[in-house]
Design a protein around this ligand. Structure first.
Ligand SMILES: [Zn+2]
Length: 270
């Protein structure tokens, strides 16, 4: 019998028969891209039941990024890129939030209270960190460590809701960067030619150190160029749409791949 995956035994949050905190697709992918999908799943650990939410709430964008994992998996095949995807809902713990951010374990999301996250003890919070957040990010670290002899460009794949707080969001896709915008600027141009509408420039979400974890830590933290790609989720409802987004992103990436690799290390002084 094999040992329980890391995160199961230590925290007591996951039962031994539950899926691990992350999955790696195409671990040996030899392309220059590395893909991550922080909000790939809306699964809740059995011990937390439904966090007090209805099934339709968990299925909506507050629980995960609908369609994002499928795009990331297809892109992984197109670009021969390794992909690390989270195994559990962002409502249990958000893998793209610093642990001291109030939305790390959100008490409300888009105006909906999350009963199972109210008044948590330090111990309950630590269990989520140990079972889910830490193993996911350690998996990304290990993957990047193993590739330190060759270029890696990090693409963090998300989807967003077309309407938030009553506001329509016009961009079919957005490319967000932190302080070094060169990789995002390169990728946005060929993407814009393939998209009907305006490519969001740091829209709908800019990357901020206090709010975002994955790009600042695994990108700048390692001197790697990194972007966050946000696809509006009304464009990801059908399998054909998902395939079309993966193809567009792959084609845009291939066009600028050599130039992006030649950028060298991430720089803050520009
Ligand atoms: Zn997301």
């Amino acid at each position: 019998m094999s040992a329980a995956p890391r995160g199961h035994a230590e925290s007591g949050l996951l039962d031994p028969d539950e899926p691990p905190a992350f999955a790696i697709v195409n671990a040996r992918g030899a392309g220059s891209a590395i893909l991550v999908c922080d909000h790939a799943s809306n699964r809740i650990p059995r011990r937390l039941s439904t966090l007090g939410l209805a099934p339709e709430q968990l299925a909506d964008h507050i629980g995960w990024d609908p369609g994002a994992a499928e795009v990331a998996q297809r892109l992984s095949a197109e670009l021969d890129a390794p992909l690390v995807q989270s195994g559990y809902s962002r409502l249990v713990i958000d893998c793209n939030r610093p642990l001291d951010n109030a939305a790390s374990i959100a008490e409300q999301s888009a105006g909906i209270q999350v009963p199972g996250n109210l008044g948590l003890s330090a111990r309950a919070r630590a269990a989520r960190v140990e079972a889910l957040f830490r193993p996911y990010h350690e998996a990304i670290d290990r993957l990047l460590d193993a590739r330190s002899d060759r270029p890696s460009l990090l693409l963090s794949i998300h989807s967003f809701t077309p309407v938030l707080h009553g506001e329509q969001r016009p961009w079919p896709v957005g490319v967000s960067h932190w302080r070094d915008r060169r990789f995002a600027a390169l990728l946005s141009k060929p993407l814009a030619r393939r998209v009907d509408g305006i490519v969001g420039d740091n829209q709908p979400y800019p990357i901020e150190e206090a709010v975002d974890y994955t790009v600042p830590v695994h990108g700048e933290g390692r001197g790697l160029h990194a972007v966050m790609i946000e696809i509006r989720n009304d464009g990801l409802r059908e399998t054909a749409q998902i395939g079309a987004w993966a193809e567009r992103l792959a084609a845009a990436y291939r066009e600028i791949e050599a130039e992006a690799v030649s950028l060298g290390r991430w720089r803050v002084d520009i």
